[in-house]
Design a protein around this ligand. Structure first.
Ligand code: 5AD
Ligand code: SF4
Length: 475
């Protein structure tokens, strides 16, 4: 008998990938997806703990299930992901109608845990050992067996997929819960990664985004062979069908020349690097224990500039970190202007229980000040993005078409309808243009005629066959 699964995902790309794998494994147990909570036999919430706001939203969503669970006690409710690992039993206390709590390293147990609940057993909890002895083996077992389970319907698009190459994090930035929720850093074995990439390519994936918390620190030692990201990219580059390779998120200190040479020399690798700076003040970086200085980040930018033509760098920032003064913030603004990021994700510092920041530092910047700095930095970044995008006017770019932007039917029948389509350049800029459904999934040359801070607008380049030869310079 078909059962129905409702699954909601918040947080990073890792979570999106985890949800894809959970869906794949539950399909094997006869589940179909539904968007309707009423219709669902099992409801799963894949959660994020990076900021308090995300957790509170999840608790409020769980609160809304109270009535549904009262009317239908047979429905199974599960909480998975980082908040499950971090809060563990607290989830049962705050939301007593939750049946299952399962951490990011135990996701393969979900079908079995659901079955136990269905058989009348009480609440089930499967969480990791944290960073205690044995946690490494435990997490390794999970991902090495679980990752190859994939579900194409859960991907961003049928031709774009995520692929995990690294698990956990060992950097211990003082604000961050990830090292405790996702455990110690480990690189997956290159042959498993390449096998998985071949399966994805066989399913029609043209773009693969490699995932890791500090993806460019990737390292795998097997026998006497050490593989780093540069070598892994070369191996993946050989796989037919894959047109684009991206990797997120990068750690500034590990942006080596070897890797940058691979980005420069392997045409399938996007010249797009997401390398969070977090702050432009040495004092704040020290408090965050980020492990680099402003001078180190500048050196990294210089290495990228000198090595990778047509590069785009984006960043994350935390404003209002413990002790951040106006002068510290001004330094962040100045460095943002100097680095000219393609775009930046800006967050207000959120103290996370269990982190060194929460234990040793005081969250002393008032909320209004965090908000103001957030707005100010966003305005600075938007002005930069707008200027950078203007440089594309009149230029052709290669766009992987992702799908309709908004349905703006102009003329023609179902198949020939003119739509607003959206896609991305090789350097990750969003492009909107008019096209038709058949172009979705293709890589097209588009000439840019207009731009804003967030979007480029273009027309499909139609090459004239005939007297004039027309050469395209793709950026
Ligand atoms: N508060 C605010 N932002 C945070 N991030 C991570 N932890 C916190 C926190 N406690 C941000 C960082 C990171 C991004 C994914 O989330 O900028 O790069
Ligand atoms: Fe968190 Fe720092 Fe690891 Fe990134 S590098 S996941 S911010 S601890």
């Amino acid at each position: 008998m078909t059962k129905r699964l409702y699954i909601e995902t918040v947080g990073c790309q890792m979570n999106v990938l985890d949800s894809e794998m959970v869906v794949a494994s539950l399909r094997k147990h006869g589940y179909e997806l539904t968007r309707d909570q009423q219709e669902a036999d099992t409801l799963l919430f894949n959660t994020c703990s990076v900021r308090e706001h995300a957790e509170e939203k999840t608790y409020s969503q769980l609160g809304q299930l109270k009535r549904l669970k009262k009317q239908h006690p047979e429905k199974v409710v599960g909480v998975m992901g980082c908040m499950a690992q971090k809060d563990q039993k607290l989830i049962f206390e705050r939301a007593p109608y939750v049946d299952i709590v399962v951490g990011p390293g135990q996701l393969h147990q979900i079908p079995e845990l659901i079955q136990k609940i269905e058989e009348g057993e009480r609440r089930q909890m499967a969480v990791g050992l944290g960073r205690k002895d044995g946690s490494l083996d435990e997490i390794k077992r999970t991902h090495e067996t679980f990752d190859p389970l994939r579900d194409p319907t859960m991907r961003p698009t049928p031709f774009q997929a995520y692929l995990r190459i690294q698990i956990g994090c060992d950097k211990f930035c003082t604000y961050c819960v990830v090292p405790s929720t996702r455990g110690p850093e480990q690189g997956r074995s290159p042959w498993r990664i390449c096998d998985e990439a071949r399966i994805l390519a066989g399913q029609g994936c043209k773009e693969i985004t490699l995932l890791g918390q500090t993806v460019n620190s990737y390292k795998h030692v097997g026998g006497d062979k050490t593989t780093r990201l540069a070598e892994l990219l070369s191996e993946l580059h050989e796989i037919d069908g894959i047109e684009r390779l991206k990797f997120v998120t990068n750690y500034p200190k590990d942006m080596t020349y070897d890797l940058l040479h691979a980005v420069r020399d392997l045409p399938k690798v996007s010249p797009y690097l997401h390398v969070p700076l977090q702050s432009g003040s040495d004092a704040v970086l020290e408090g965050m224990k980020r492990g680099y200085t402003v001078a180190d980040y500048r050196d990294m930018m210089a290495r990228i500039r000198e090595t990778v033509p047509g590069f785009a760098v984006s960043s994350d920032f935390i404003v209002g970190f413990c002790g951040e003064t106006d002068e510290d913030f001004e330094q962040t603004v100045a460095l943002t202007k100097e680095c000219r990021f393609k775009n930046s994700f800006i967050f207000k510092y959120s103290e996370r229980p269990g982190t060194k920041g929460a234990e040793r530092l005081t969250d002393d910047v008032p909320f209004e000040v965090k908000q103001r700095r957030n707005n100010d930095l966003l305005a600075v970044q938007s002005a930069i993005s707008e200027e950078e995008n203007q440089a594309f006017l009149g230029r052709p770019v290669d766009v992987l078409v992702e799908g309709p932007s908004k349905l703006a039917v102009k003329k023609g029948s179902e198949d020939d309808q003119v739509l607003q389509l959206t896609g991305r350049t090789h350097c990750d800029r969003i492009v909107v243009f008019e096209g038709n459904r058949r172009q979705i999934g293709q890589t097209l040359p588009i000439t840019i005629y207009d731009s804003t801070a967030y979007t480029l607008f273009g027309n499909v380049v139609t090459e004239e066959v005939g007297s004039e030869t027309f050469s395209l310079q793709i950026v």
